[in-house]
Design a protein around this ligand. Structure first.
Ligand code: FAD
Ligand code: SF4
Length: 460
């Protein structure tokens, strides 16, 4: 008989986790994972796989979980994903694999993300056998950026026998996984660092504190350091702003800066050299994952927090689980609300934000209903800090220092489906090409580029 209810996953209670930075979701244990795996029908034409951007054999790995074979399940996932413990935690499963699971028509879809996480966490001690790697082929590839795109591309190429070095601008590897997504959603030491170690075990070298375009250019890497190919996975770290009066006031942050200070510079810790400023009442403008992360970080620093978003609850682009957790933790949602001005006191600090209420009109080019201002609905939200989470675009530095590398009008690097750019020998993928997107899409792009680099460099 079909079991239409998923096995619930254990979580820290909302009133406890508000006061700590520990991971919210505690994951399945062996028993719970087996019970959840039994719900999977093992479909002959699995729709869930169609929804996975890297095509993981989902019924294949779930079948191994049913048999209690965690190592076997991890091996199935490893064929298509280098970062399963990360993806199991942060992929928007409800709009990908789980969104297409047949069980979803009548009840709860299989909890694929939680099962992936269980497998990755349980199998972490197991290392790939060295014999599965190709022998060194004498070719060298430089990878720019150590986010999911760069790590995946580097890992894939190392497996195929290439000598790969990653150049990373920051002092720690991991990209958004370390500087953006907070500890309470993605633990750094026990998860991200371990997955990076896995890539290093494949032989990949990572040089941090190296800004390509400043420390060295792509042409220099190819001409002087004799790299046979370059992959650009430099992400989209340049924040967007609203362009409203008061945006330069003291107490206005981009979410990128706020989260980088909190996560990477450990600024929330009492002995930090660069303490984190957090107000008492904080408005976070935006409705995506970045907005939820900034809001829930500010909450954990003791603030009362308001998400200000110009569309409604249904249109919130964040993962459903993050919105649910934010509600549970007591974040206020000022939906259908748009800021028009940030108000400052006599010393130039934020003391309020003027907003208008919005209605929703016909769908716009993004398919979502267009927000429209309601005349006369202006009001002031009394806040002493504003965090802007309005999206990001790629930093123009690399394109500006690389002749022949074309970008589009959003500063994104132009590349085909295989990641080949307009410059010979240079590939690109992830947010640097698509603009801000998702971890799994960045990984998919890194993987596709690795294949294309291999195909090109193996040509006689
Ligand atoms: P990044 O992860 O941005 O990595 C790029 C790396 O390149 C960085 O380390 C950067 O320092 C480095 N770099 C940049 N320029 C240079 C240079 N000139 N020289 C050397 N190195 C350079 N996605 C999800 O799927 N689920 C989520 O829940 C989710 N939550 C998110 C929360 C936040 C706060 C943010 C900011 C993003 C979130 N995303 C989420 C999006 C996801 O993290 C990104 O789509 C993904 O990390 C993109 O990977 P990437 O490898 O292309 O770039
Ligand atoms: Fe299992 Fe759902 Fe995928 Fe079918 S669609 S194989 S039930 S996870």
């Amino acid at each position: 008989m079909l079991n239409l209810k998923r096995i619930p996953v254990r979580e820290q209670p909302a009133d406890v986790r508000r006061g700590n930075n520990e991971e919210v979701c505690l994951g399945y244990n062996q028993d719970e994972a087996t019970q959840e795996a039994v719900r999977c029908l093992g479909c002959k034409k699995p729709r869930c796989v169609e929804g996975c951007p890297v095509g993981i054999d989902i019924p294949g790995f779930i079948a191994k979980v049913k048999q209690g074979d965690v190592a076997g399940a991890a091996a199935v996932i490893a064929r298509d994903s280098a970062l399963p413990a990360v993806c199991g935690r942060v992929c928007p499963q409800e709009s990908q694999c789980e969104g297409l699971c047949v069980l979803g028509a009548k009840g709860d879809p299989v909890s694929i993300g939680k099962l992936e996480r269980f497998v990755a966490d349980s199998a972490r001690a197991l290392q790939p056998a060295a014999s599965t790697f190709a022998p060194k082929n004498g070719k060298r590839v430089a990878v720019i950026g150590s986010g999911p795109a760069g790590l995946t591309c580097a890992g894939e190429l190392a497996r195929r026998g290439y000598t790969v070095k990653i150049f990373e601008a920051l002092h720690e590897a991991g990209g958004v996984l370390v500087y953006g997504i907070p500890e309470f959603r993605l633990p750094k030491e026990s998860v991200v660092a371990k997955e990076i170690e896995g890539v290093k075990r494949l032989g990949v070298e990572i040089e941090t504190d190296t800004v390509v375009g400043r420390s060295v250019t792509i042409d220099e890497l190819m001409r002087n350091e004799k790299y046979d190919a370059v992959f650009i996975g430099s992400g989209a770290g340049l924040p967007k702003f609203l362009g409203i009066p008061g945006e330069n006031a003291n107490g206005v942050f981009s979410a990128n800066e706020y989260l980088t200070r909190a996560n990477l510079m450990r600024a929330g810790q009492p002995d930090a050299d660069t303490p984190l400023h957090t107000g008492k009442r904080v408005a976070v403008v935006g409705g995506g994952n970045v907005a939820m992360d900034a809001a829930r970080t500010a909450l954990r620093k003791g603030a009362e927090v308001f998400i200000v978003y110009r569309r409604g609850e249904k249109e919130l682009p964040a993962r459903a689980e993050e919105v649910h957790h934010a509600h549970e933790e007591g974040i206020h949602f000022e939906l259908l609300t748009n800021p028009t001005e940030i108000i400052t006191d006599e010393k130039g600090w934020v003391c309020g934000m003027t907003c208008v209420r919005m209605g929703l009109g016909e769908p716009d080019e993004s398919g979502r209903r267009r927000p429209m201002e309601i005349a006369g609905s202006e009001f002031v939200l009394p806040v002493d800090m504003v965090i802007l989470a309005l999206g990001t675009s790629p930093n123009p530095l690399i394109a500006a220092t690389t002749p022949g590398l074309d970008t589009n009008r959003w500063q994104c690097i132009v590349a085909n489906e295989e990641g080949a750019t307009t410059k010979t020998g240079v590939w690109a993928g992830g947010d640097a090409v698509t603009g801000a997107a998702t971890v799994i899409l960045a990984m998919g792009a890194g993987k596709a580029a690795a294949k294309s680099i291999d195909d090109t460099l193996q040509q006689p």
